[in-house]
Design a binder for this molecule. Structure first.
Ligand SMILES: [Zn+2]
Length: 325
């Protein structure tokens, strides 16, 4: 038995605003890492140091399990696999991202540009350029994995990690291919980015079944949060920041906050037809950061699905108004 309780958190630096991403180490039954950071030298050094603190070398690693296909969680997986000989374990949903990264990035980019074109009524705009810069920037931190290093797991199966069995559970919303791992005996949850101290964001991506469509985003995220709220949660190990002890409460709090923001959006639209950027500025008061846009799109999606608002296209882009029917 190890003295340090597992999973052991190893914080790795990222390029993103939130600063770091968590990798989680289980030393038994075989040395296993859950998520592994971006492909940078800083991240590599932090991982090597983190393993060393726990008496391990990179070459001791046997498995790298990936929670979801985002650069900060799997960008460095190819290097870890290459230098350790470890297999990279991914869900069937993440597998295309592991072995055909460029292809999947192109599909995601098509979905993003399609949405931005719908919002702006332009094929290219400052918004397109902003997203392109962000999107292309992180490509250098993410490397494709040779198929022979990849092993797949199925949702519903369990993984033996430490001395526990962890159920592999689907957790879409933050992204379409996210999985969490739940220990029914200890009620611990390895949550990836399903639950973070600061509310997670529904990243714009293609639908899993029909990539020509945009995935559900916030609406799906809300359903997932409710599903996990119904579980008994002890310690939650999130993809970023410290472990969470009040997971059920935090989920409720974040859902309440999302609902309040949806109501606020509805109230703004009640004031008369309003364009996307106008509603965005009113909601975020000059604090429009990366996550603001997908959240805003999510609030509008929920209102449209509930038939409370309608959208129409104008030469200057999309405009929202109250559904009079
Ligand atoms: Zn993340």
């Amino acid at each position: 038995m190890s003295i340090v309780s597992e999973p052991i958190r190893i914080e790795l630096p990222t390029q993103f605003e939130m600063g770091t991403v968590n990798a989680y180490l289980f030393k038994s039954p075989v040395p296993t890492l859950i998520d592994c950071g971006e492909k940078t030298e800083d991240c590599w050094s932090a991982l090597v140091a983190g393993l060393e603190n726990n008496g391990l070398k990179i070459t001791d690693l046997k498995r790298v399990i990936i929670t979801h296909a985002h650069v900060d969680h799997m960008g460095m997986a190819a290097r870890v696999a290459k230098e350790s000989g470890a297999k990279v374990w991914v869900s069937e949903m993440v597998k295309p991202w592991a072995i055909d990264l460029a292809g999947m990035q192109a599909i995601r980019w098509d979905t993003i540009t399609g949405l931005l074109t719908e919002i702006t009524n332009q094929k290219d705009s400052p918004l397109h350029q902003g997203f392109a810069k962000f999107f292309n920037n992180y490509k250098e931190y993410w490397e494709v994995i040779p198929p022979e290093s990849v092993t797949t797991f199925q949702v519903g199966d369990s993984l033996t990690l430490g001395d526990g069995k962890w159920e592999i559970m689907y957790a879409p919303g933050h992204c379409v291919n996210q999985t969490c791992f739940y220990n029914h005996d200890t009620k611990e949850l390895i949550a990836a980015d399903m639950l973070l101290r600061i509310a997670s964001t529904p990243v714009i991506d293609a639908d899993l079944k029909d990539p020509s469509k945009r995935a559900g985003g916030l609406e799906v995220m809300i359903k997932t949060m409710k599903k996990y709220m119904a579980l008994e949660l002890s310690t939650v190990y999130p993809g970023h920041y410290d472990p969470i002890q009040n997971g059920n409460e935090l989920l409720q709090h974040q859902l309440d906050r999302i609902n309040a923001r949806i109501d606020q959006t509805h109230d703004l639209i009640k004031g008369g037809p309003i364009g996307f950027f106008e509603v965005l500025q009113s909601m975020y008061k000059g604090r429009v950061s990366g996550p603001a846009i997908p959240m805003m799109i999510g609030y509008l999606d929920v209102l449209q699905t509930n038939k409370m608002i309608v959208s129409s296209q104008t030469p200057d882009g999309i405009v929202y108004s109250i559904n009079a029917n």
